[in-house]
Structures are given as C-alpha cells and as structure tokens.
Design a protein around this ligand. Sequence first.
Ligand SMILES: *Cc1c(COP(=O)(O)O)cnc(C)c1O
Length: 398
Amino acid sequence: MSSAPLRPLSSWAQNISPSPTLAVDAKAKALMAAGEDVCSFAAGEPDFDTPQHIKDACAAALQAGKTKYVATPGIEDLRKAIAESYLSSYGLKVAPSQVVVSPGGKFSCFLAIMAVCSPGDEVIIPAPYWVSYPEMVKLAGAVPKAVLATDKTGFKLRPEQIEAAVTSRTKLLIINSPSNPTGVVYTRAELEAVMAVAAKHNLYVLSDEIYENLIYGGVAPTCLATLNPDALSRTIVASGFSKTYSMTGWRLGTLVAPGPIAKAVSELQSQMSSNATTFAQYGALAALREQEKTKASLVKMLEAFDRRRLLLHSGLTSIPGITCVLSQGAFYLFPNISSFGMSSMEFCEKLLEKEKVAAVPGSAFGAEGYLRLSYATSDQIITKGIARLANFCKSLKA
Ligand SMILES: *Cc1c(COP(=O)(O)O)cnc(C)c1O
C-alpha cells in the first residue's frame, strides 16, 4: 500500500474562514453545558419558538405525504404568497416566476453572488459586515472589497465612499439594512443616494433584507427594489423566514430578482441543492396566509426585542469607556470598546474567561474596536451581563 501523505485539500477548503459568530456561540454553549453560569450575548437567532400554526401546517403537510421533490424554486402557492406579500408590504409588483425559495437566506445570498459574479469580479461590501459575505464572494472566485463605515457616521456608508471603491472590475454591491452586526437601518433617502452610485457604474446590488421586519422606534423598512425602476432592474432582494418568524432551523430563504436573474438562480439551485425542504415550505405558506396569528406572534417578539434593545443600550452607555450607537433594527448593538486599548478579540476572550460573558469581537465583522452584542436573550441575562461587563471594564481601567 502507498504510504504517501494525502494530497492537500482544495483551495476553497483551505481559504475558507469558519463562521466566528457560530464559533463563539458554540463555545458559550459548551461552557453552559459544563455547568458554568454564562451570560451569552452571542446568539444569532431569536430566542422564541416558531409560532404554533406554522408548526401545525408543516406537521400536517408531512402527514399528508408532502415528502417528495417539488419544483426547484419552490411550491407555486408559496411563490405566489411571497409575491403577494411584497405587494402588500411594499407595493412591489413581482411575478411568482421572479421568486425563488431556497434552503436559507444564507443560501439565497450565495446564489445571488454566484449568479452575477465571475472569477476576478470585485464586490463592494460595507463593513462592519455579516461574516459570510466575504467568504461567499471568495467561493465564487470573486474579490471582496470591504469599505468601512464607523460609528462616527452611525455605521452608514456614504455614497462617496462607495464611489471611491469602484473599479472597472466592480460587479456587485451588497447592502444589508437592517444590518447584522450593527442593527443600523438606512433611510430611504440614504438608500437612494447609494443606488445612484450603483446606477452610475452599472452595478448589480444584493440587498439582504432578512431583518426587514425586526425594526423598532417607528422606523419603516425600505425594500431596495422599490426605490425606482432602475433600482428594480438591478437589485436582487434576499430575505427569508428565519428571523421574522423565528424559523432559523427550518432552512427557508427567499430571493426576488428580475426574471433572468431569478431563472439563473433557480438553475444554480437545481444543481446545488434542489428544492428547499418540501414540508417546511407548507409551514412557511401558513406563516404568510394566516396573517392574524403570524402578526400576533411577531408583535409579541418585537415588543420584547425593543424593550431589551433599550435595556442593553442604557446599560452599555452607563459604563465608563463604552459608547454605543442606538440602532433601530435586527437584534444587535455594536458598542465601541476602543478606549480600553486592546483588540476586540483579546477583550472578548478575557471577558469570557473572567466574567463568563460571551460576545463576538468586532474584528470578525471587519471592524476593530467594537463588540457585537445580541439582545435575543432574556432581560435577566441582559441585566446580569451588563453588571459583569461593567465590573470587567472597571478592572481594566484600574
Ligand atoms: C441570519 C442571517 C441571514 C440568513 O439566515 P438563514 O438562517 O440562512 O435564513 C442572512 N443574512 C444575515 C445578515 C443574517 O444575519
């Protein structure tokens, strides 16, 4: 038998960075499983169960034998219901043929990138960014170009920053509002200014609107495709059921795009995954059709998130040395900890070790000097965690 060492794995496997947010969450959960009293601010998902009527519809579909392959871009009724929901929520007219149901919002984003980017193309990614964008762009053979917006501009990119990052190779711009990790929501006017740059340089735009319904303080979400006819023609809207309906484990994403892009996305999906889980799609259909029940669950979740957002923000800003933008969406705050004079990674490691508080370092999101704290956790954990964080910060200043 040959005893030569195995040849190296692929460049894709060697160049991928595993998700740091999932890693911190896993570490916190492991400590908890070992009996440690951890306050975790690492969660990337709502701490609510999926509403009962959605689970019931899925269970009924499973019992009724909806267990086979269906059309790659999703069951017709669900694509219709998604198209109708864009009309009722945003006044956006799209045909069901422009809708693709995918195995997760994450996969919707990846398919969108795969549909428009060739090797060597450049993709502009506003930082702080969701950890998966640069990795997905690299997997498509394209080149991520992060452009940083700090808390000085409320974590919002200025149009001239995007303009300055455009080259002849730029193909795609990614927008994520409300944002993970900052929770920041761009106004309609700000998005119009951003889209003017995309139009000027003929860029495609991927608008990741997964947090579209998790928004507080009376702010309304903007669907990027609704800004004007030009925006509609170049924008791919990714979203999904994970965050709004607390369905992260169901793996159901959506994508809405101009016809030819939706068709390309569906063809890519047909070779990469086939349809999203059939009976899960029937649960999603109930989420959209049984509006009153769905709304009642959503309102309850939003009340809790808004209360915790304010609780966490007032706690953070009461700690000497910490400043924090009060963002209006998703379930994250992104406090500035640069006054403590250490890297965000070192800060997080020591915080977990000394005070058993889990947070994700800003460096994971392309922004040094910050932490991402998720308030998808209980009021008690927030109060206790803030007290521990305050203690930790005091020890650093001493
Ligand atoms: C959670 C999340 C998604 C999608 O999540 P799925 O579970 O794959 O539906 C997409 N984008 C951002 C920014 C997210 O935080």
